[in-house]
Ligand binder design. Structure first.
Ligand code: ADP
Ligand code: UDP
Length: 242
């Protein structure tokens, strides 16, 4: 597979065409952004850590029966994925209150949510990713009712699978964001699952181990991602088959 032209450069990843029209190459960069790109920094090793982290999680989800775009690791910071027609909504599940939920509803951080909650956000940087509901998604043609059902069901399934994966390693999966896309007539999990797009706390101390360390200037951002990876048994140095 040969790397072709840049298709899209986002805030943290770059997406390239390949000589296979059904495949893209995603490069995880060291760029780290928060607050709609207001705070941006380069964090050494983050691209490589997130590339391996994402590969491990996507492969785990595939084994648990969740269709993902992940194909294979290509290099330290690059993975080959299925080319999806992205659905422009973000799916967020929360097990504990944090982040925008606390700001929006004035509730304290760290309350257990029973049942876990589900939210849709429109993927639109200019509008600061506003929260939407499934009527908006359907009425504006962002997703069909069938696609909405699949995204919700798969996001909750991912939650069940990953909540126990993290719990077994002494961590709490607080919340996370997923993006899906169309591959033929299938709805497939795309984008990434890394500490950039979820919240993970140590179960005992509730120490934050995710991108909130960057948002809140707590330091040791990539070191914390590496700690989570080590606790999950992810080998960040494993050689990549060519
Ligand atoms: P953002 O666009 O939010 O700044 P990134 O820097 O992560 O985010 O850029 C990656 C972009 O690639 C996102 O817009 C995402 O929707 C898109 N993307 C992720 N996976 C795929 C895929 N398999 N096929 C096509 N596009 C994808
Ligand atoms: N999230 C994300 N990208 C976004 C918005 C949110 O990955 O554009 C993730 C975020 O890291 C967290 C979850 O989705 O794990 C819920 O985010 P929240 O709505 O609390 O927003 P935030 O506090 O990040 O502004």
């Amino acid at each position: 597979m040969n790397k072709g032209d840049l298709l899209y450069a986002g805030k943290a990843k770059s997406v390239f065409l390949t000589d296979d029209p059904s495949r893209l190459l995603i490069e995880f960069r060291n760029d780290t952004s928060a607050f709609d790109g207001e705070k941006v920094e380069q964090l050494d090793r983050k691209g490589a850590v997130n590339n391996r982290f994402n590969a491990f999680i996507m492969q785990h989800l595939e084994r648990e029966g969740i269709a993902t775009h992940f194909d294979r690791l290509v290099s330290d910071c690059e993975s080959c994925v299925k080319r999806l027609e992205m659905i422009p909504v973000e799916c967020v599940v929360r097990n504990l209150s944090a982040g925008s939920l606390c700001r929006r509803l004035g509730v304290a951080e760290g309350q257990v949510l029973s049942p876990p909650t589900f939210e849709f956000f429109l993927k639109n940087d200019a509008l600061h990713d506003p929260m939407i509901n499934e009527y908006h998604a359907q009425a504006f043609g962002w997703a069909t009712p069938a696609e909405i059902d699949v995204m919700k069901a798969q996001t909750f399934k991912v939650n069940n699978v990953l909540k126990s994966l993290f719990a077994d390693a002494g961590m709490l999966l607080v919340d996370f964001k997923l993006e899906f896309g169309r591959f033929g007539n299938q709805v497939v999990l795309g984008d990434e699952f890394t500490p950039d797009g979820c919240r993970i706390w140590d179960a005992q101390s509730r120490k934050k181990l995710d991108k909130d360390r960057f948002r809140q200037s707590l330091g040791s951002v990539v070191e914390s991602y590496e700690e989570v990876a080590a606790r999950l048994g992810i080998d960040l140095e494993a050689s990549i088959a060519s």
